[in-house]
Design a protein around this ligand. Structure first.
Ligand code: HEC
Ligand code: HEC
Ligand code: HEC
Length: 456
């Protein structure tokens, strides 16, 4: 090759990279905002004349700072991520197993040495809105600051006041185990530039006060999209497919758009309110895994007016159809597939010995209606991921006032968990699943990391 052809092909390459880069930037720039689907004009909070959508609900309008701070801390569910299994609340150490290593949450109690006791209001605001720690280090977006960035300063500082009113806990932070280049925190500067607008919530003029309150709660405080919205190649939320289903800690966080077949378009307002505030809706299934945890630590403390506002907002989210799940839910044990389970003698034997006493052969639940299997999305999901997770983990701690499902992780092998999961979907769902021992091993590995995080 002559010097000239080398130069020409280099120029060509640079041009291609530049064009591709521009295309990505434009694509990102055109990405709709969180409430971009709604008709009406988004305005700054100061310019909005309706009832304030931010802060605490009307019932608590006159409560003192710490009561308001506690309500907001619960609604934002800071405790779920910042508490290790069996550890002290907010003292950190919960692992997040990601494809490139494990990240541990830090201690956010007011301990001066190991927590955030020395942080000023400005430090705290910068962390929660922009994902920058006190010493200027960039934080990974596993901390959902791209949602929390919409919270008002007043609400973030009420959370800080509440955290600082609790007993400090001395507990060292655990370093993450990210490989190169993922361990380069400064790269998050570019991530934030593209995907974290650092803008406060903008209510939409022309939508009701209740809708705007719901939007603030769902988008900013309760950050539903962090689990339920699929992510793009850069791990940022893809609002073009808003709420059409994501993955959270090895669980499928299902489609919660108003699509009738694969989303929640057919759920009544009462069913949604019941599911969010108690983790269960008759005939719709129960919240398991990360959703159970969110209900238990967060949503069940929300007032009826806030739950109703979230439901109003959710119902307005446009339908997106999921390709990976069938369009209808089986709500009776399937006569067609009951021959299917016949081909799975191990699954059948396990179901008979370990499950049928609570769930019954009809799947309608013996004794407790919470144990109904038919009609639930998890049982109608042909990946069987959440069914296998439920068999491994059971109901977990918390939700003490509800019927419980025992954990079988110590009792069954991966192959047995797979067999009984396939039996359950074939018998009670609309499509049989084909989960195998290797898939279950992966799910088990992830939850093992959680259980043993503090042992090394
Ligand atoms: C979905 C999980 C999750 C939730 C919910 C969450 N955090 Fe975090 N948070 C993290 C992770 C992970 C980190 C560490 C990120 C890193 O190391 O880059 C973090 C870091 C932080 C830090 C930085 C601390 C330090 O020492 O650098 C603060 C402050 C913080 N979170 C406060 C909060 C508050 C306040 C809430 C509730 C409003 C909250 N977090 C909710 C996951 C979460
Ligand atoms: C002691 C009673 C009991 C036993 C035994 C039991 N379960 Fe459950 N199961 C429940 C209850 C109660 C729930 C609802 C949990 C909740 O409300 O959090 C449940 C929930 C479930 C769910 C989630 C359903 C949904 O709505 O998404 C699945 C799947 C499941 N069980 C499968 C099994 C399988 C498979 C076995 C046997 C290996 C089994 N269960 C054994 C009581 C039991
Ligand atoms: C930490 C992750 C996480 C967060 C945050 C979260 N969810 Fe979920 N959600 C899940 C998972 C996982 C499931 C599936 C649970 C199961 O199968 O047992 C689920 C299930 C649901 C379902 C039932 C869907 C169906 O078809 O059965 C609804 C409705 C729902 N979530 C609404 C919400 C709303 C509204 C919010 C915010 C207020 C929210 N979720 C926040 C993870 C999450």
């Amino acid at each position: 090759m002559t010097a000239r052809t080398v130069r020409n092909s280099l120029v060509g390459l640079v041009a291609i990279v530049a064009v591709a880069g521009m295309a990505v930037l434009i694509w990102v720039w055109l990405q709709p905002g969180p409430t971009g689907f709604a008709s009406g004009k988004p305005v700054d909070l100061d310019a909005y004349h309706g009832r304030a959508p931010t802060g605490v609900p009307v019932e608590l309008a006159r409560a003192d700072l710490l009561t308001r701070g506690r309500y907001l801390t619960q609604a934002a569910d800071c405790e779920a991520c910042h508490t290790a299994k069996g550890g002290k609340p907010f003292a950190g150490g919960r692992p997040f197993a990601l494809p490139f290593g494990t990240l541990y949450t830090p201690n956010i109690t007011s301990d001066k040495e190991t927590g955030i006791g020395q942080w000023t209001n400005a430090d705290f605001l910068r962390a929660v809105h922009q994902g920058v720690a006190r010493d200027g280090t960039r934080l990974y977006p596993a901390f959902p600051y791209a949602s929390y960035t919409m919270l008002t300063d007043e609400d973030v500082l009420a959370i800080k006041a509440y955290l600082f009113s609790l007993q400090p806990v001395h507990s060292e932070n655990l370093p993450n185990t990210f490989r190169f280049p993922y361990d380069q925190r400064w790269l998050m500067f570019f991530w934030s530039m593209l995907f974290n607008s650092n803008d406060r919530f903008r209510p939409v003029d022309g939508q009701s006060a209740e809708w705007n309150r719901g939007a603030y709660l769902v988008e900013a405080t309760a950050h539903c999209g962090e689990c339920h919205t699929p992510r793009n190649a850069f791990q940022a939320l893809n609002n073009r497919l808003k709420f059409s289903g994501g993955v959270a800690e090895g669980w499928n966080a299902y489609n919660i758009t108003s699509d009738k077949g694969t989303g929640i378009g057919n759920w009544t307002q009462e069913e949604l309110a019941s599911y969010l505030s108690s983790g269960h809706a008759m005939g719709r299934g129960t919240a398991g895994g990360p959703m159970a945890e969110a209900v238990d630590l967060s949503f069940r403390y929300m007032t009826p007016s806030d739950i109703a506002a979230m439901v109003t907002y959710l119902k307005s989210v446009p339908a997106v159809k999921s390709e990976s799940i069938p369009d209808h839910l089986a709500d009776a044990a399937s006569p067609v597939h009951s021959s299917g389970p016949g081909g799975n003698p191990i699954g059948k034997r396990i179901f008979e010995g370990a499950c049928a006493s609570c769930h019954s052969w009809t799947g309608k639940g013996a004794i407790r209606t919470e144990a109904q299997l038919t009609g639930s999305r998890a049982v109608n999901d042909p990946s069987a991921m959440n069914v296998a997770q439920m068999v491994l983990a059971g109901t977990g701690p918390g939700l003490e006032d509800r019927a419980r499902m025992p954990a079988f992780r110590a009792i069954f092998t991966d192959a047995e968990v797979a067999a009984v999961s396939n039996y359950v979907t074939a018998r009670f769902g609309s499509e049989p699943s084909h989960i195998d021992a290797a898939d279950v091993a992966k799910l088990r590995q992830q939850s093992d990391a959680e259980l043993t995080a503090r042992d090394h």
